[in-house]
Design a protein around this ligand. Structure first.
Ligand SMILES: Cc1cc2nc3c(=O)[nH]c(=O)nc-3n(C[C@H](O)[C@H](O)[C@H](O)COP(=O)(O)OP(=O)(O)OC[C@H]3O[C@@H](n4cnc5c(N)ncnc54)[C@H](O)[C@@H]3O)c2cc1C
Length: 360
């Protein structure tokens, strides 16, 4: 509830639903920008289940993606990534230099929450069960029967978002169900690997180092499960961004808004970025500006979805032909030549080029 302008009274109240990358960042950026706001971060998982849920990820992110957080992330680095190796049909293997990290995601999220708490933010362990809009603000009802009425509500509650369902209704997004396995490590510790094939239906198989172990994954049912997995994860990655991100004082961020990059499926950087944008917009008391900012950002470039749609429609021979010009590696000169010689793949080339910079 808004409380006038007294020096010790909060300027505004906000509830952030979900303490994943999007919600933790939204809560922290709001508190950083407006110290006298009352911010409640509501997370359904207890301290035991929370790390397990957030480990179900490749945990790979570019260094640029982490720099946005403005915290000391060094102690959460598990592997330093300096190369991507792509394997394409026709025996084409392409290696590219990268600057990225495999992070201890639960540790990093806890650090964001710790700073949030130290700035006076409140973390509530509770499950959002229902929402309604009243004359006094947005009322969140939790499963334990308690309620909370706030000026703003941020839906950062992941791919199966209740906020999206209750407030924003049907949305035209694709849920890419994936399976991921943790294996005893082998393979390079400084490289992330991608295997492209028509069997992955527009996606790919990935192999990411994780300390001494390796995580491999692919769209659900497109490849055989390894027999010797230490753990198995099943989760959906939503892509295709919802049409509306803001309705009155309510907004969606991260997977709730299907903001993962459609070509790379990278959702950490986009979730952190959208959370940061939403937190700042609330601090300006102009939530609508978050939607404009997101839509005009390079993360929301429609080229990524176009690239994904093209890959979905390609068979192995077309995949091979499209990357043939890059057999000896990606360079600007080869990209220009490829665009001139194979204009039908122009959008695909552009989407891969953009994804190197903004896709993870
Ligand atoms: C197998 C797999 C591997 C991936 N690998 C990578 C990768 O290597 N790099 C990358 O960039 N992206 C990766 N992604 C994508 C990335 O994990 C997601 O895009 C990212 O987690 C989105 O963050 P989020 O905060 O929006 O949602 P989430 O991380 O899902 O967080 C949502 C939070 O909301 C809480 N919550 C949900 N409902 C409620 C409720 N009703 N009440 C209260 N709290 C609630 C949840 O418990 C959770 O803590 C991967 C995804 C998958 C499935």
């Amino acid at each position: 509830m808004r409380n006038g302008g007294g020096a010790n009274l909060p300027r505004l109240e906000a509830a952030i639903i979900g303490a994943g990358p999007a919600g933790a960042m939204a809560a922290l950026s709001l508190k950083r920008s407006m110290p006298n706001s009352n911010v409640h971060l509501i997370e359904r998982l207890d301290e035991g289940k929370y790390p397990r849920y957030h480990k179900m990820c490749g945990e790979g992110i570019s260094r640029k993606g982490l720099e946005l957080l403005d915290i000391d992330y060094d102690k959460f680095v598990v592997n330093r990534i300096s190369r991507a190796i792509e394997h394409w049909p026709g025996g084409i293997d392409i290696e590219t230099a990268l600057d990225g990290l495999i992070i201890d995601r639960p540790g990093l999220l806890n650090a964001l929450m710790e700073e949030f708490r130290s700035r006076g933010g409140e973390i509530i362990r509770g499950n959002l069960h229902d929402i309604d809009i009243t004359r006094k603000g947005v009322r969140s009802k939790l499963s334990d029967g308690s309620t909370l009425t706030t000026d703003y509500l941020v839906g950062a509650d992941g791919s199966r978002s209740l906020v999206r369902e209750k407030i924003f209704g049907e949305q035209d997004i694709d849920l890419i169900w994936t399976e991921q396995y943790v294996l005893k490590g082998n393979g390079p510790r400084d490289a992330i690997e991608f295997f492209y094939d028509e069997r992955y239906k527009g996606g790919y198989r990935w192999s990411f180092p994780n300390g001494e172990n390796t995580r491999i994954g692919f769209p659900k049912g497109t490849d055989a499960a390894p027999g010797d997995a230490l753990e198995m994860h099943r989760r959906a990655i939503p892509i295709g961004t919802v049409k509306r991100l803001v309705l009155g004082g309510i907004c969606l961020v991260g997977d709730a808004a299907a903001q993962a990059n459609p070509l790379t499926f990278g959702g950490l950087r986009t979730a952190f970025t959208a959370g940061w944008m939403a937190g700042e917009a609330i601090a300006r008391e102009d939530l609508g500006s978050y939607q404009d900012l997101w839509r005009s950002s390079p993360y929301a470039d429609p080229i990524f979805k176009r690239g994904y749609d093209m890959i979905c429609a390609m068979d192995n021979e077309q995949l091979r032909v499209s990357v043939e010009p890059f057999r000896k590696g990606y360079t600007g000169a080869r990209a220009t030549l490829a665009m001139l010689r194979q204009p039908k793949y122009l959008q695909l080339y552009r989407s891969f080029e953009r994804s190197m910079e903004f896709g993870w």
